[in-house]
Design a protein around this ligand. Structure first.
Ligand SMILES: NC(=O)c1ccc[n+]([C@@H]2O[C@H](COP(=O)([O-])OP(=O)(O)OC[C@H]3O[C@@H](n4cnc5c(N)ncnc54)[C@H](O)[C@@H]3O)[C@@H](O)[C@H]2O)c1
Length: 264
């Protein structure tokens, strides 16, 4: 059986998803939707065909009958996409950042009501999921930890959602906040970074970087560093394809890839 995918978003991630679908046996692109679609069709990266391209999600669904929509766009667009896709019986895989808690709750209810599968993953890179899992494991054995997250200079927010989620997960695994070394005099304001659950978080923004994170645990006489580096967008694709396969057979909303790879 071929899984027909509707790609939502024709930006950097949207193009990466199109390329991954072209490479993957058993997958086909049904069409592409984007609020800013500027043509009626879009060529596939392998040159094999062109597929419908439109801002009208309901019309593309009616025309192309996709099984799953994969969304990497903007938090303003995703709820509109979700409404149209679920109404059309299409499952969802969402990677867009900045979704509201309200939207996530509503999506969970709708997926249950319609018995359709959906995955929202703040991070599709399997190595990043493993890094967070290992940080949670180590958290039980240390009292002090800091996170350095490093991203490209066009990232709009700081710190990253992954850094905040990692710090919260570590404190949860430990059962209490970490203890943070107080600096008596900060000669430059902000130098010691920000703090979540006693974990200090530092954000680096530089051209040349993609997405990187280091979790550093310290105790007398030793330091443990867990580091993950995302070097290219193709690192997200195994996670995206895994989520697409998952939603085909599992109704209901799953948030995060952990459960899909047996870590929860
Ligand atoms: N979950 C993950 O693992 C992961 C990985 C990388 C990126 N992301 C997220 O995916 C999203 C897209 O990333 P990208 O690098 O492809 O960005 P991009 O800027 O290259 O593409 C953005 C896409 O969203 C559309 N868009 C932008 N603003 C919009 C709006 N207000 N309304 C409707 N559509 C809008 C654009 O037309 C474009 O198709 C971002 O939210 C990013 O944070 C998530």
């Amino acid at each position: 059986m071929t899984i027909r995918v509707l790609v939502s978003g024709s930006g950097k991630m949207g193009h990466e998803v199109l390329a991954a679908i072209c490479r993957e046996e058993g997958f086909a692109t049904a069409g592409v939707v984007d609020l800013y679609a500027d043509a009626d069709s879009i060529p596939l990266p392998d040159g094999s065909a062109a597929v419908p391209f439109s801002a009208d999600v309901a019309a593309v669904i009616k025309e192309t009958r996709p099984d799953v929509a994969v969304d990497f766009t903007n938090a303003e667009w995703t709820p509109r996409l979700a409404e149209a896709t679920l109404a059309g019986g299409v499952r969802l895989v969402i990677g867009t950042s900045g979704l509201s808690d309200d939207f996530v709750r509503q999506l969970a209810n709708e997926c249950d009501r319609r018995q359709l599968g959906a995955v929202i993953a703040p991070n599709f890179a399997l190595g990043a999921i493993l890094m967070q899992h290992m940080a949670k494991t180590a958290a039980r054995f240390y009292g002090s930890a800091e996170i350095i997250e490093l991203h490209h200079d066009r990232k709009v927010d700081a710190p990253s959602g992954t850094a905040i989620a990692t710090a919260k997960g570590m404190a949860e695994a430990r059962g209490k906040p970490f203890s943070r070394a107080e600096t008596q005099r900060e000669n430059l304001s902000g130098t010691r970074g920000s703090e979540v659950s006693g974990v200090t978080i530092h954000s680096v923004r530089l051209p040349g970087l993609v997405a990187h994170q280091e979790v550093i645990f310290g105790s007398p006489g030793e330091v443990l560093t867990i580091r993950h580096d995302t070097l290219g967008r193709e690192s997200f694709m195994p996670g995206v394809l895994l989520a697409v396969r998952h939603v085909m057979g599992h109704p209901g909303l799953v948030v995060g890839l952990e459960r899909l790879i047996g870590l929860k």
